[in-house]
Design a protein. Structure first.
Length: 285
């Protein structure tokens, strides 16, 4: 794009026609529903993409995507712009309580694997996998020093994955972390004015990050997992998409392994090889 085009204003509105094309593509690609009530939100989030690409209007942006082959280079950025990535350390803490009080003793008793495999399948900026890492490190240190763990952390958004890999957070985001864990797993910035903290390298080494689309037909994760967290992402999917995603997640879970979903989510009406063992916690049959 030339400078003259970049300087043009991008104050037009997203038309219903363009919204329909975009929302269909977003649904087909990611499973995320974009009802018409979200048209203003989508318009606001995509204005930055207009500025970055230098395109002067939503008409030209959609023309670039759907008629000029622009999706080959723009799809990742489009999806990054529309995904919601709210996350907190120790979010829904009862899950972590159940993990160490019930799931971990059961897994250590029934599986001889030296390294337990855990998957945070919608990891956002990393709060969930790093919380898992803290909890599991403490549990194994106290109960099974000869055992180890590895956490696979995946997300659809490349933007949040970059942030997660760095493991740097504003100090207020780490307030839910207990003080003793803060001392052992988090490093304070030497520049006090920045109010930043970083996850300790030893803990970061236990987590591997990768981009993955849960709408894919198969998930290339290697060996089946002992624990899968898929929390607060199913709420963005309709029932057929929930069935699609959860069926494949169950395929990636060892028999006797555990699946955790968000407290506002349900598997009611879905045909899955799992049984409920606690609120929003399930065990692979």
């Amino acid at each position: 794009m030339n400078a003259a085009v970049r300087s043009q204003p991008t104050d037009d509105r997203l038309s219903k026609r363009n919204f329909d094309m975009l929302s269909k593509y977003i649904y087909d690609y990611s499973g995320i529903k974009m009802p018409v009530g979200k048209m203003t939100m989508l318009e606001g989030r995509l204005r930055r993409r207009l500025r970055v690409t230098g395109l002067p209007s939503f008409d030209s942006y959609c023309d670039f995507l759907f008629r000029q082959g622009g999706l080959d280079e723009e799809a990742v950025y489009l999806i990054d712009a529309v995904t919601t990535n709210k996350t907190d350390f120790f979010r829904e803490p009862k899950h972590f309580d159940y993990l160490v009080s019930h799931a971990m003793p059961d897994l250590l008793k029934n599986f001889a694997d030296r390294r337990l495999r855990i998957w945070s399948s919608a990891c956002s900026t990393g709060a969930e996998p790093y919380t898992l890492g803290m909890v599991l490190s403490d549990y194994l240190a106290a109960n099974a020093r000869e055992r180890d763990f590895f956490i696979l952390a995946t997300d659809l958004s490349t933007d949040v994955l970059h942030k997660a890999q760095r493991g740097i957070y504003q100090s207020e985001l780490l307030q839910p972390v207990p003080a003793d864990m803060m001392r052992r797993f988090v490093m304070r910035s030497s520049d006090k004015s920045r109010h930043e903290m970083r996850i300790h390298p030893k803990l970061r080494s236990k987590v591997g990050f990768a981009r993955m689309n849960l709408m894919d037909d198969r998930y290339p994760i290697g060996e089946p997992m002992h624990v899968i967290f898929c929390r607060n992402v199913l709420i963005y999917f309709d029932k057929p998409t929930q069935q699609h995603v959860l069926s494949r997640l169950c395929d990636c879970l060892v028999p006797g392994g555990y699946l955790f979903i968000g407290h506002s989510e349900t598997v009611s009406g879905l045909n899955l090889p799992i049984r409920q063992v606690a609120n929003t916690v399930f065990k692979r049959i």
